[in-house]
Design a protein around this ligand. Structure first.
Ligand code: ACM
Length: 384
């Protein structure tokens, strides 16, 4: 008789700590997809059951809870992690036990694990396009500010490489704040920005501290119209935390914004609001968290099991019609073909999409090709 036992999956997104707001959205994107799959009869009649823990935005807890999920709860697959420090903490666990981590967050690239599927943007799918747009609209002198951990260091290194490719491109300063930074930590930074007058600011600040940077910037009278902040990590969630008037005029590059005008996006957003309300804002990390569960379920359908040796070949090369468009998992580097987009926050606190790729861009996590012009041919200007 066919196995009709429920299938347990691990869900590891922080509900407390500095990145709990964005990770709570990833958690709900995951649960939304699990419900959709179960409402449609599960995978071959098997219900998907989430085993969840709260790793509290802390790499050590991520590692310990990942080990608990695989060694005690015996899950094959974990959906989780936001900060790169937490992914790096979980990687040795999924490698040791031969399980799969689905990672739904943009990150710095330069990584490969046989046991990870990367569904967020690599630098060639967000940083390259953002550098090109910011330099052509505002100029090449950039001020870098980030949280104090691996993603900001590496992402800033890539941004520095990109701006130096163009004549006049330079980094005027590079500053880091603690992950727990409060409003006062940004006073000196904003004073320095005022003094140095860069052409734009690149923020790799993450989590709750993000709102303090943008608020300090606005309170100092700096104008997003003339000298905006550009980011990969300031999503609809952080904008809700800071408020529309503080966020207006700033830029973010991501494969997904809630403002995407497609039938599939509208359907998923409506289902999300019906089920979970409007407190938690959908965003690019939410969308990847959502579609990667469907990638898993479709692969399991094909494999007939959640055993990793059978599942992985089904995941690699698979495609899915996601809210951002049809995405595909690259069978060689385990990253995902995604649609680069750039949004500028409007007065309602929503992203107006100012540039969008006409087609999915292949992931190039090692930036084998990373000249500024490489991807711009695929970009369509929607409005300036
Ligand atoms: C990140 O740490 N990958 C945002």
């Amino acid at each position: 008789m066919a196995n009709k036992d429920p299938v347990k999956v691990g869900v590891l997104y922080s509900q407390t700590g500095v990145t709990s707001a964005i990770e709570s959205s990833q958690r709900l994107g995951t649960l939304l997809a699990i419900e959709e799959i179960n409402d449609a009869g599960g995978v071959d009649g098997r219900e998907i059951v989430a085993i969840e823990y709260d790793p509290a935005s802390d790499p050590y807890q991520f590692r310990n809870l990942a080990e608990r999920l695989v060694a005690i709860d015996n899950v094959s697959v974990i959906f989780g992690c936001y900060m790169s420090s937490t992914r790096k903490a979980v990687t040795p666990i999924v490698e040791k036990y031969n399980r799969i981590l689905f990672y739904a967050t943009l990150y710095e690239g330069f990584e490969f694990s046989n046991n990870i599927i990367y569904t967020g943007a690599a630098p060639n799918q967000n940083s390259v396009q953002l550098a090109d747009l910011m330099m052509s609209m505002f100029g090449g002198r950039v001020y870098l500010v980030g949280s104090d951990y691996i993603y900001p260091y590496e992402s800033n290194r890539i941004m520095s490489d990109l701006v130096h490719q163009r004549p006049g491109g330079s980094v005027v300063a590079q500053r880091y704040v603690p992950l727990s930074a409060g409003p006062q930590e940004f006073d000196g930074i904003v004073a320095e920005i005022k003094d140095m007058q860069p052409d734009f600011i690149f923020s790799t600040v993450v989590g709750d501290a993000t709102q303090h940077l943008y608020r300090a910037y606005s309170e100092a009278g700096l104008e997003s119209r003339k000298m905006p902040i550009a980011s990969l990590t300031t999503s609809e969630v952080e904008i809700a935390q800071m408020g529309a008037s503080v966020a207006a005029g700033h830029f973010t590059a991501a494969p997904y914004f809630t403002s995407i005008d497609s039938a599939e996006n509208q359907r998923v957003l409506q289902r999300f609001v019906d089920r979970f309300g409007t407190d938690i804002k959908p965003n690019a990390c939410w969308e990847a968290a959502y579609f990667q569960v469907h990638l898993f379920a479709n692969a399991m359908q094909g494999a007939g099991t959640d055993s990793v040796p059978a599942l992985m070949p089904e995941i690699l090369g698979s495609e899915f019609v996601a809210p951002q468009g049809r995405i595909r998992v690259d069978p060689v580097n385990h990253h995902t073909h995604l649609y680069p987009r750039i949004g500028r926050v409007n007065s309602k606190g929503e992203f107006s999409i100012v540039r969008a790729s006409k087609s999915a861009v292949a992931p190039d996590p090692y930036l084998v090709t990373h000249s500024l012009g490489d991807w711009t041919l695929a970009l369509e200007t929607l409005q300036d």
